[in-house]
Design a binder for this molecule. Structure first.
Ligand code: G16
Length: 558
C-alpha cells in the first residue's frame, strides 16, 4: 500500500466514525444491528469487499440486508467469488475492521492485513464489487456508505445492481466469475427456462393429479414478493397470488414472513379462514428462506407448517427417484453411483432426520448458518442442505454434473425418449433451477411446485411424508449472549458451566425429549429449542429451559 492509498483511507474514514461503545461481530450472516448505527460498519465492509476482490482477483458481492430482522435493523454481508458466503478465515479481520475506533490504527490494521494476505495492489486487476440491497428504508444511505468504502481503495469499481433478493446478488456474483451472463433478467431467464424444462418432463401417470392449482404466497412485505410478481407475469403455468408484497402498506417482517410463520406457527397477516385447505407459502424479508403452510378449516389462527425439513425431504425423494432411474441403465458404458447426502442443523425435527435416513440418505449435522451447511453439502455429488427455518438449496458437484452431461449425450444416441434420458434431463434442469450459490426462496418455490406436479401430490400428501414431533422455539434476552458457548453442532452447551447438566435433567422428564440452547448470530438473544412427544410437553420443556437460561445468565433490563 503506498502513501496515496493510506491517506485516501485516512481521509475517507474520517467521515464514518464508529459509534462509541458498540462492538459488532460478523455473526451468522454478516453484521446486523439497528440501522442507525451501521454507517461506519457498512463503509468498512466496503473496504473489505474491495480488498477481497483484489485478493481473489474476482468480482465480489456486498448485500445490504437484515433479512428476517425487524424493519429498523439492517445489515451487510459479503458474497465470495463462488457466490457463497465470505470465507470464514476473513471473519476475524472483518470484526477488527468494524470495531477499530482510531482512524490511524484503522489504516495500520489494513496495511498489516494486506501484507499478511499478500493482497496485490499493482493496479493490474482493479477491485470490482456488485452491490445489492433489500427494500428497507435505511438501505439507500447505507449503500452510499458502502460505495464510499469501496472507492477508498484506489481503482476499485462498484456496480449498484439495485433492489434485489439476497440470493439474486449471490447468483450474479457466481455467474460473473464464471464468465456467464449475470443480469437480473438473466437470472429470471435461467429460472424460467429450467422450470419449463421440468414441467415438460412431468410424467403422465394415468391417475388423477392431486396437486391443487392455486398457490398463495406471503411476500413478508419485502423484496421477495416484488420479484415473485415479476416471475408471475412471465409464467402461465402456475396460478400464484402474492400477498404482503409490500405494496399494500404492511411493515416488513411484522406479523408476516417465513421467520414469523415458522417460529410462531400461526397464520401471517392477510391470510384467514377463506384460505383454509389452499397451498400457501411464505418468504422471508430478503427471500432466502421459504416455508409452506396450510390454514386448517377448524382452527384458523394455527397453521400446519411444512417447513425446511419437509422441503428437504421432498427434494430428496425426487432426486433419489431420478438417480434410481438412471442406475437402472446398467447396459450403458458410462455408469456412476452418485453419493447423495443431506445436511441439517440441531433445529431439524427428529422425525425428519429419521425419515431421511430411512430413505437411504447420509445425514450430516452442521451448526446454524448457511456457511456451515453449504460447506458440508459440497462434499457430496448431490448435497441437499436445509435449515428447518426454510434456508437451503441443492448442490451438484462439478464432477457429477460433467458425468451427467456425458450420460445425457450417450443417452441421446442410444435411448432418446427413454425414462433414463428424461431422468438425466430432469437432474440437469434442477441444477440450473436451484441456486448453486445459496438458499433461494424463489428458485426453491419453483422447484417445489414442479415436484408436487411430478408426483401428482397435494400439499396434504407432501405433508404426510412423516409427522413432525411437536416442538417449540423461544428467545431469551440476557445480559451477554456470548456467555453461551456450544459444541457438537450446537447440541451441547459447554458454557456457562453446569447449564447443560441442568438442561439434561429437564429433558429426561419428557418422553422423546430433546432440547438445546445457542446464542443467536443475528439478534441479541439466546435461542431455546425443545421437542417432545406432545405439544404440551415440548412447551413445558422449552419454558423450563428458558428459565434455566434466565437463571444462569440473568435477564437484561431493556
Ligand atoms: C440467517 C442465516 C441462517 C440462520 C438465521 C438465524 O438467516 O443465514 O443460516 O438460520 O440467520 O440465525 P440465528 O439463529 O443465529 O439468529 P437470515 O434469513 O436472517 O439471513
Amino acid at each position: 500500500m503506498n502513501e496515496d492509498q493510506k491517506s485516501l483511507i485516512l481521509k475517507s474514514s474520517s467521515h464514518f466514525p464508529p459509534p462509541p461503545g458498540v462492538k459488532l461481530s460478523y455473526g451468522t450472516a454478516g453484521f446486523r444491528a439497528d440501522a442507525s448505527i451501521l454507517q461506519s460498519t457498512v463503509y468498512r465492509v466496503g473496504i473489505l469487499a474491495a480488498l477481497r476482490s483484489l485478493k481473489t482477483q474476482c468480482v465480489i458481492g456486498l448485500m445490504i440486508t437484515a433479512s428476517h430482522n425487524k424493519v429498523t435493523d439492517n445489515g451487510v454481508k459479503i458474497a465470495d467469488p463462488s457466490g457463497g458466503m465470505l470465507s470464514q478465515d476473513w471473519e476475524p479481520f472483518s470484526d477488527q475492521l468494524a470495531n477499530e475506533p482510531d482512524p490511524q490504527s484503522l489504516v495500520s490494521l489494513i496495511e498489516e492485513f494486506v501484507k499478511k494476505e499478500r493482497i496485490p495492489f499493482n493496479g493490474k486487476h482493479p477491485a470490482e464489487v456488485l452491490l445489492g440491497r433489500d427494500t428497507r428504508p435505511s438501505g439507500e444511505s447505507l449503500l452510499e456508505a458502502a460505495k464510499q468504502g469501496i472507492s477508498a481503495v484506489v481503482g476499485a469499481v462498484a456496480h449498484d445492481m439495485g433492489i434485489l433478493t439476497t440470493p439474486q446478488l449471490h447468483w450474479m456474483v457466481r455467474a460473473r466469475n464464471k464468465g456467464l451472463k449475470a443480469t437480473e433478467s438473466d437470472y429470471f431467464e435461467q429460472l424460467l427456462s429450467s422450470f419449463r424444462c421440468l414441467m415438460n418432463l412431468i410424467p403422465d401417470r394415468g391417475t388423477s393429479n392431486e396437486t391443487e392449482d392455486k398457490l398463495i404466497v406471503d411476500g413478508a412485505n419485502g423484496v421477495g414478493g416484488e420479484k415473485l410478481e415479476v416471475i408471475k407475469e412471465k409464467l402461465n403455468e402456475l396460478d400464484i397470488e402474492v400477498r404482503n408484497s409490500g405494496k399494500e402498506g404492511g411493515v416488513l417482517n411484522e406479523g408476516v414472513g417465513a421467520d414469523f410463520v415458522q417460529k410462531e406457527k400461526v397464520v401471517p397477516h392477510g391470510f384467514g379462514s377463506n384460505h383454509a385447505g389452499i397451498r400457501c407459502a411464505s418468504l422471508d424479508g430478503d427471500a432466502d428462506r421459504l416455508v409452506y403452510f396450510l390454514v386448517p378449516p377448524n382452527n384458523c389462527s394455527k397453521i400446519d407448517l411444512v417447513d425446511g425439513d419437509k422441503i428437504l425431504s421432498l427434494f430428496a425423494v425426487f432426486i433419489k427417484e431420478q438417480l434410481s432411474i438412471l442406475e437402472e441403465d446398467t447396459k450403458g458404458s458410462n455408469n456412476y453411483k452418485a453419493r447423495l447426502g443431506a445436511v441439517q442443523t440441531a433445529y431439524a425435527n427428529g422425525a425428519s432426520t429419521y425419515y431421511l435416513r430411512h430413505l437411504g440418505l447420509e445425514v450430516a449435522l452442521a451448526p446454524t448458518g448457511v456457511k456451515f451447511l453449504h460447506e458440508k453439502a459440497a462434499q457430496y455429488d448431490i448435497g441437499i442442505y436445509f435449515e428447518a427455518n426454510g434456508h437451503g438449496t441443492i448442490l451438484f458437484s462439478e464432477r457429477f454434473l460433467s458425468w451427467l452431461e456425458d450420460k445425457n449425450q450417450e443417452l441421446s444416441s442410444t435411448h432418446e425418449g427413454s425414462e433414463q434420458k428424461k431422468a438425466a434431463l430432469r437432474l440437469l434442469a434442477v441444477s440450473k433451477l436451484i441456486n448453486q450459490a445459496v438458499g433461494d426462496a424463489l428458485s426453491g418455490l419453483l422447484l417445489v411446485e414442479t415436484i408436487l406436479r411430478h408426483m401428482g401430490w397435494s400439499i396434504h400428501q407432501w405433508n404426510a411424508l412423516y409427522q413432525d414431533l411437536p416442538s417449540r422455539q423461544l428467545k431469551v434476552k440476557v445480559g451477554d449472549r456470548t456467555a453461551v458457548v456450544t459444541a457438537n453442532a450446537e447440541t451441547v452447551a459447554v458454557k456457562p458451566p453446569g447449564i447443560q447438566e441442568a438442561i439434561n435433567v429437564e429433558t429426561a422428564k419428557y418422553p422423546n425429549g430433546r432440547s438445546f440452547i445457542r446464542p443467536s448470530g443475528t439478534e441479541d438473544v439466546v435461542r431455546v429449542y425443545a421437542e417432545a412427544s406432545t405439544q404440551e410437553a415440548a412447551d413445558k420443556l422449552a419454558n423450563s429451559v428458558a428459565e434455566l437460561v434466565d437463571r444462569f445468565l440473568g435477564f437484561r433490563s431493556s
